[in-house]
Write a protein that binds this ligand. Sequence first.
Ligand code: ZN
Length: 526
Amino acid sequence: MKRISLLLVAVFLSACGPPPEPAGITFVHLNDTYRVGAVEDGNAGGFSRVVTLVRELQDEGRDVRILHGGDFLYPSLESQLWNGLQIVDAFNFMDAVAPLYAVSGNHEFDRRGPEQLIAAVRASEFDWLGDNYTFKTGAADVDNALQRAFTFEAAGRKVGVFALLLHPDDGGNERDYLEYTGDYVAVAEDTIRMLEAKGVDLVIGVTHLHMWQDVELAGLKAKYPKLAFIVGGHEHEPEYSEGSDDAAVVMKGASNARIVWAIDVDFDASGQATVNERKVVLDRSIAFDPDYEILANKWRSRLLEKFPFLEARVGTASVPLDSREVTVRNEESNWGNFIADQMRGAFRDGKADLAFINGGTLRIDDFVEGDILFEDIGRTFGFSSYLRKTTLTGAEFREVLEAGYRGDGPSKGYFPQVSGFRVCIDRSRNSGDRIVSLQVPVEEGWQEISDEAEYSIVVPDYLYRGGDGYDIPKDRPATPPGSELKYLVLDGILAAQAMGEQIGAPVDPANPRFEQLSQDNDRCFD
Ligand SMILES: [Zn+2]
């Protein structure tokens, strides 16, 4: 009798095949997210779509973890009211669906004092990670909440994380309530050794650094083969560096979860991990999660309670004004043109010759189309931006402006939107020597800027003070910071509205403000 039942069990097992392998881990990675809702008029990105993706992966049996590469509390329209607590609420929602682990980005420390960070960390149910920095807020519960050499169990495996944040020397925020320790590679190595001592099966890096720094860290895989991948933030368009035996794969997504990464990690019988990564575009083909939408609607209602005028029309756009991050950080934007044009008229003593603004100041990540709402202005300027006027010689200006075209890769927050001049660059040349032609208007057309002549120029105070790598000479008179850009732009729109005029013009390919040489285009302004 016993024998027969055992036989039956054996037959039954063979009919079903071998027992299923335990499913592996899938990491969903996002970075640089500022909105509770989606962008591009609801058509792109957003946490609601992230939740849908996570639930689909869970339905496939994957053990899902959400990783965030930093920059989420600020800046945004909502952050001016709630200091990022609206994003903490959204992260807590996601954390309940699949555990979320986040490294701080520089923007988590936009506020000068620690009070808002204390509130954000206390409200967080997800984990804050950091190995090269510590919180010194004076609130012990908050300072101790930051996880170092963090480990967690997933799919029956122990995973260790090192988490690194941009140092003030590289563009990070310097604050009294924040302390940085050591260099990135040394801290990563120390942390990996601690994690290995804890017996982890796998090591991953979650960072908020420049891409080249992540690529350097990826080389640690040669020495520490358990290092599977590094995911990061700070850049706003996707970045990728291929993996090998000697280098971990490096990935960054697009801002506002327009593009995220899904990274499968599976283990064979010997415990060897294989990593399979894929980019996931979160567009209209991915539905909103109905439960998350309740949260999103709650914050929308609160916003409208605070700013009942938000949906009021202040003007009309003559053409779609492209203020998507992929545009304002890479090329000429007609919304950027309008804003830079307004800047030249910011001060009473006449219109300045030149103006420029870093594309990273423009945060709306959307088209401004048809009716221009107060909300479009509020979302474009996620923080206050005061302007200054000074003078530069043509030669000085050329040197200052080179900073806007330095570095490699797509999407730079320092990429300038300009007015009063046109510029042509060659990216095949070395950083600092890429401007081929820099021209100003004259009566009959354009001519190369004069090295010796003095030009008046308006820039945001942030850039005047050396922000985003612009080194503006300070040995001549400059106005104090004045004229808040948000209201200057609103003023320009209202003035046009009063005249019955529409705002904006298409970027004119025959008369561009910015041009880039390439194989198909070897002459400037031709
Ligand atoms: Zn950042």
